[in-house]
Design a protein around this ligand. Structure first.
Ligand code: IMP
Ligand code: MG
Length: 180
């Protein structure tokens, strides 16, 4: 039984079966939309690692896969628009159709910078966003995922790759934390 000091793990929000079924649909949609194209899929570490692994196995296309890591800095718990790249992708995105795979879009600051500045400057042919979760109530940018699994309320989500201070990523389902 996993416990986190000061918090209670909430009720089940999305079961592993529900997540799996939705990812099958997302994979089929991407397969259809990019038929005949060469796609570069980039998983945003670390939160997307489980989603990425399940998603790519539902895509019936010749894709290249890579990872990158970015973090946003702000005061305290609020994220800012200042994004730092902590790991660059190895594959050159110039002239490529890129799909950024993210665990959750919150403020949208990270993906705004990656899509409109980082990959735009590197000359990507197109950049789309595939996010497992969307938390639109917190958005401060114009970022909307092109492919999204589920919309969630403004709660602190954990599981299926999403962490609380590096804990709880291994939960097979999606749940949330409540302060005790
Ligand atoms: P954004 O730049 O504010 O959209 O930040 C998105 C990143 O913040 C995600 O990739 C997550 O790593 C993290 N994040 C945002 N909301 C949550 C949450 O509810 N649980 C866990 N991580 C979150
Ligand atoms: Mg993340």
């Amino acid at each position: 039984m996993i416990s986190i000091p000061g918090y209670e793990i909430g009720d089940l929000m999305l079961s592993d079966e529900e997540i799996k079924a939705r990812i099958k649909e997302l994979g089929a949609k991407i397969t259809q939309d990019y038929a005949g194209e060469n796609v570069l899929m980039i998983g945003i570490l670390k939160g997307a690692f489980i989603f990425f692994a399940d998603l790519v196995r539902e895509i019936d296309l010749d894709i290249e896969m890579d990872f990158m890591a970015a973090s946003s800095y702000g005061s305290g718990t609020t994220s800012s628009g200042t994004i730092k790249i902590k790991k660059e992708p190895d594959v050159d995105p110039a002239g490529r159709h890129v799909i950024l795979v993210e665990d959750i879009v919150d403020s949208g600051n990270t993906l705004k910078y990656l899509r409109d500045t980082y990959f735009a400057e590197k000359g990507a042919k197109s950049v789309k966003i595939c996010a497992l979760l969307d938390k639109p109530s917190r958005r401060v940018t114009d970022v909307t995922p092109d492919y999204k699994g589920f919309t969630v309320d403004d709660q602190f989500i954990v599981g299926y790759g999403l962490d609380y201070q590096e804990h709880l990523r291994q939960l097979p389902h999606i749940t949330y934390l409540v302060e005790k």
